[in-house]
Design a binder for this molecule. Structure first.
Ligand SMILES: Cc1ncc(COP(=O)(O)O)c(C=O)c1O
Length: 381
């Protein structure tokens, strides 16, 4: 028997998405390839997890009522506008299960987080590419999107975008949401990385879901509270969208520890996130100045708490840079998994001042080493 003959046809060409944040495989190495709150989780986390332990003998609340209430309060919406997820990743998977049938078309700007196209392809949907404009700091190409919109059922936007770190103003996104609504199209907006951007309150579109039936926004506690090992995510959307998604949601999708800890963190610890966002905003400027001066990469963008940049030397790839930095106890993300031409791009995040010093000196040493090698000697660093 050939299992391949029995499997869903859509699945055969699909490969698992590849992600950063693999630093735990390299003990003693500082992992700049992930984009988590550099302060780590709040100090209360172990106590909260311990308090939640006694609930493990019951099934969790299938409706995650308390957690959804806390999220609703945070974003000034109603609990009916909120769906809980085992990380925002679960909701990325659920959305096309609910809204996309075979051959439906979606617009996914490129490069972006790989889980969207993976989840859409699983439903047999077709992806329409709308490349971000590199010359404009990887901004959305509104003309390309508008051109493709008539054929699409949904538009995906990631703000800030992973991996490029581009932050789109709220006004620009809401313009697209309005246009999509008028044309009967859905918008899936990912704000998972937004909480760690300084001034995120004025950038978030969460409170707009009340007036826009086509809008669904995901976020999670993973990055803002540095808890990737707990799966705490949520979606905020119009009541219509959320209720349809809730029909298809896996029962007990959010565990009891996640619900308890998630509720407490959302309700009582927003300051922890705000402090990190402010610190990273000033550290970002310091890193940009130093790394631009070193000259290994094209000038760093300065919008976000992580940087996406091209390796300057035409003979070097991102993989080469990773290999130079690793012995110096620094891991950055090789972005070749985003496809061509991103084999020349790396991504690294802002951390605490001490760790950022390590990053800067590792890059200085790398530049010196490359310059001193025979073929590096011709490089303009
Ligand atoms: C842009 C973006 N969205 C969503 C996720 C999924 O994260 P989680 O499931 O932990 O919320 C990630 C993880 O890297 C991400 O970068």
């Amino acid at each position: 028997m050939k299992i391949q003959d029995l499997v869903k046809k859509e699945l055969l060409p699909i490969k698992r998405p590849v992600h950063g944040g693999q630093g735990w495989k390299f003990p003693g190495v500082e992992d700049f390839s992930h984009n988590l709150n550099p302060y780590g989780p709040p100090a209360e986390l172990p106590r909260l997890v311990t308090e939640a332990m006694e609930q493990l003998v019951h099934y969790p609340d299938d409706t995650a009522a308390e957690f959804r209430e806390a999220v609703a309060k945070l974003h000034n919406v109603q609990a009916q506008n909120v769906i809980a997820g085992a990380g925002s990743a679960e909701l990325i998977r659920l959305y096309p299960e609910v809204f996309l049938s075979r051959k439906a078309r979606v617009i996914i700007p490129r490069p972006t987080f790989s889980e969207y196209s993976h989840a859409c392809r699983m439903q047999g949907a077709n992806i329409m590419d709308a490349p971000l404009i590199e010359g404009e700091g990887f901004r959305l190409d509104l003309n390309a999107i508008r051109e493709k919109l008539p054929l699409a059922r949904a538009l995906y936007i990631c703000n800030p975008n992973n991996p490029t770190g581009t932050v789109e103003p709220k006004r620009r996104i809401m313009e697209l949401v309005d246009e999509c609504e008028a044309a009967g199209k859905l918008v899936f907006l990912d704000e998972t990385l937004l909480d760690l951007v300084d001034g995120h309150d004025s950038l978030s579109c969460m409170s707009e879901v009340r007036g826009h039936s086509n809008l669904f926004i995901i976020s999670s506690l993973t990055k803002s509270f540095a808890i990737p090992g707990l799966r705490v995510g949520y979606g905020v959307g119009s009541e219509e969208v959320v209720s349809m998604m809730d029909r298809a949601r896996l029962s007990w999708n959010m565990g009891a520890i996640e619900q308890y800890v998630g509720t407490r963190l959302v309700s009582d610890h927003q300051d922890h996130v705000r402090r990190a966002a402010e610190m990273m905003s000033s550290e970002r400027n310091r890193i940009k100045k130093a790394v631009d001066h070193i000259g290994l990469f094209s000038p760093l963008p300065d919008q976000c708490f992580f940087f996406f940049t091209r390796v300057n030397d035409p003979k070097l790839t991102a993989k080469d840079i990773v290999e130079h930095l690793l012995p110096r106890k620094v891991l950055v993300r090789d972005c070749s998994t985003f496809g061509r031409p991103f084999e020349k791009f790396v991504r690294f995040s802002v951390k605490t001042p001490e760790k950022n010093d390590l990053l800067i000196s590792a890059m200085e040493e790398t530049a010196r080493e490359i310059r001193s090698t025979a073929f590096g000697a011709r490089m303009h660093v």
